[in-house]
Design a protein around this ligand. Structure first.
Ligand SMILES: *Cc1c(COP(=O)(O)O)cnc(C)c1O
Length: 221
């Protein structure tokens, strides 16, 4: 087994944060964000037993994972264009970035057509940032209702990326509140800089990239 101190460290920190919050550590899933990383960075983490990975681009994910797909749970954590829905439904286990009606309709059609149903998270733009994807907090209830009702989509949980320049806690609390009033128990929130805080606020999965793999090589557009 390869020595992967970064993975051990992140898993230990998840454990400690869960215990400090009075939570069972096994209720917090680590999504290892491998986007843009060289395979040499990803492979040791895979060999050490990590099986859940996050990618932000459909094509890049297919290139990186097609030969290693078996036994892996892949999460799409980046924006999904409707012209990539077919590939995304075929390739990903979880799509965390359901963020608009057009995409919801397209996913609903493809799920019926293909008979394949990735688990779905609705992304909420808790900071109401114009440049960021996600439904606005005030529109989340209606959007979730549309997805579940007319479109017959099963929604597993909510996902958010808090504003980079604000304390994340209030955003995590808001996401949890929206989830609770919609009867959703799964919360994808927390990244390298704030996953312990997210666990304190109830995260059931944390998306950790740079703390596991080091700084990403290429800047992402
Ligand atoms: C890149 C990315 C992450 C991981 O970020 P790190 O700060 O490197 O842990 C998590 N979530 C989303 C949506 C991302 O795009």
């Amino acid at each position: 087994m390869t020595n992967t101190p970064a993975l051990e460290d992140v898993l230990a920190r998840i454990d400690r944060a869960a215990q400090a919050a009075g939570r069972d550590p096994s209720t917090v899933q680590l999504v290892a964000v491998s986007k843009t990383q060289a395979w040499e960075q990803v492979e040791p983490v895979l060999r050490a037993g990590q099986r859940v990975f996050g990618e932000n681009r459909v094509q890049e994910a297919m290139t990186r994972w097609s030969d290693h797909r078996e036994g892996i749970e892949l999460h799409l954590i980046g924006p999904l264009q409707t012209n990539k829905v077919k590939e995304a439904v075929a390739f990903f286990d979880v799509i965390e970035t359901l963020d608009r009606e057009k995409l919801a309709r397209s996913l609903a059609e493809e799920i019926v057509r293909s008979g394949k149903s990735p688990r779905l998270y609705v992304q909420v733009n808790t900071g109401e940032e114009p440049q960021k994807a996600g439904v606005l907090p005030g529109e989340a209830d209606a959007f979730i209702a549309l997805c579940r009702g007319e479109l017959k989509l099963q929604i597993e949980g909510l996902m958010a990326i808090p504003p980079a320049d604000q304390p994340a806690g209030p955003h995590f609390a808001l996401l949890r509140k929206i989830a609770a009033r919609n009867g959703l128990e799964r919360l994808s929130m927390g990244m390298s800089g704030d996953f312990e805080t997210a666990i304190r606020f109830g995260a059931t999965s944390v998306r950790v990239g740079s703390a596991l793999f080091g700084a990403r090589p290429a800047p992402q557009a």
